[in-house]
Unconditional design. Structure first.
Length: 402
């Protein structure tokens, strides 16, 4: 997908930057997001705390806020909950423009947007990072894929999802708000997000995958797997899936069904698989819907979240064996990549997304993350190419001159 340098709205950039600086100066936690297929950017700041560590027991008991959960909980990376102490909404379609103007922080009202962007950039540059400072080499990644294929052929695994890290320099004129708005414009079907807390650091991303959603009596989850580049004017019509990709997606769907079986839930609706566009890439997707009232399962969201994460789409199958493989073979800490993030109990809805297509920003650097689903029929070189495409979803915007 071609990167555009067109700025959507200076006023929107100004508001996002102002709110971000206000949070950073107080060292308060902040989350900014736009849900798929919507035109509203939502921003919350935890005015009282820096983001509290929160163990997930019952989502319904949490106050309105934003969940940030790591791939694996540890002493270094714990679940962080950003409470909605203050709330702002920005409508990309131009609605409520007067309300937006009233919400602009008066302290920054007459400050040039470029100066605001510079202050955020300076904060990022001065923030230390515990992340691995070097990229995963192609040789190392291909070696891991080859080991994964061997483990699958030996019968120890059905599938495993090794990841890599790609480190690039943060551009000298990086503009966080501008990049966020450009992602909103380029990827209407993705969950565009940016969050910061003292413990997580600063992340920005465009996730294509919903982990769970609960709204009213409806529960929703999806199986997303298989990746190819969107081509032509009608990429959905041009899609051609290999047997390897079809089987990979079937494994993810089977994993969800197995989770339903564990809790003896048989009444669900499955739609798909079908081809879907996400961030210039095509994936195979199946959707699963459950009526929580009809099944008398009001806490299904919390129960399924505990069962699903980490899903086979980001870890592998069987889960325990796949985790053991990743712990022994991956040379970096995933931290919050491939964990889950999203708004909780906002407008009586909870939607959590797998933290994919994301980047961490710190110390004048950008760390891009990507994984690839490995099965018996995987070709190592193609898996490397797939991770490069995934890294480019965010990387191309960060590297583009604004």
């Amino acid at each position: 997908m071609e990167v555009t340098n067109t700025k959507i709205s200076t006023s929107k950039e100004h508001l996002i930057s102002s709110l971000f600086i206000n949070a950073l100066r107080k060292n308060a936690a902040i989350a900014v997001w736009r849900k798929p297929t919507t035109s509203k950017i939502e921003i919350i700041i935890d005015d009282d705390q820096k983001g509290v560590e929160e163990n997930l027991k019952d989502l319904d008991d949490l106050p309105p806020g934003f969940m940030v959960h790591p791939f694996q909980t540890s002493a270094v990376h714990a679940p962080i909950y950003i409470k909605a102490g203050s709330y702002n909404a920005i409508h990309l379609d131009g609605k409520n423009r007067n309300e937006e103007q009233r919400n602009i922080i008066s302290e920054f009202e007459h400050t040039d947007t470029r100066i605001l962007a510079s202050e955020i950039r300076k904060f990022i540059s001065n923030t230390p990072s515990k992340a691995n400072t070097s990229s995963t080499s192609k040789k190392a990644f291909l070696g891991t894929v080859e080991k994964a294929i061997a483990a699958i052929k030996s019968g120890n695994l059905y599938k495993v999802v090794p990841a890599k890290i790609k480190c690039i320099d943060l551009p000298a004129n990086f503009d966080l708000a501008s990049v966020f708005l450009s992602l909103c414009e380029a990827y209407p079907n993705a969950f565009i997000n940016c969050f910061y807390s003292e413990k997580t650091g600063l992340y920005i991303g465009a996730s294509p995958e919903t982990l769970i959603r609960t709204k009213g009596d409806e529960f929703f989850t999806m199986a997303l797997a298989g990746t190819q580049k969107a081509k032509g004017e009608n990429p959905l019509k041009n899609a051609a899936w290999t047997q390897k990709e079809i089987e990979e997606q079937a494994l993810v769907s089977r994993y969800i069904v197995d989770c339903f079986k564990k809790i003896r839930l048989r009444e669900y609706k499955e739609i798909g698989p079908k081809t879907t566009v996400a961030g210039g890439l095509l994936h195979l997707k199946s959707e699963f819907l459950v009526d929580m009232k009809a099944t008398n399962f009001p806490q299904l969201g919390s129960v399924m979240l505990d069962l699903l994460h980490p899903t086979s789409a980001i870890c592998g199958m069987p889960k325990n064996q796949a985790l053991e493989f990743l712990e022994s073979e991956e040379s970096f800490d995933r931290a919050y990549f491939s964990g889950f993030i999203g708004p909780v109990n906002m407008d009586e809805e909870t939607t959590l997304y797998v933290n994919l297509r994301c980047a961490k920003l710190a110390n004048k650097k950008t760390w891009l993350y990507a994984g690839a689903g490995i099965t018996e029929d995987s070709v190592p070189e193609k898996e490397w190419e797939e991770t490069e495409m995934k890294c480019n979803i965010i990387g191309q915007f960060i590297q583009t001159i604004k």
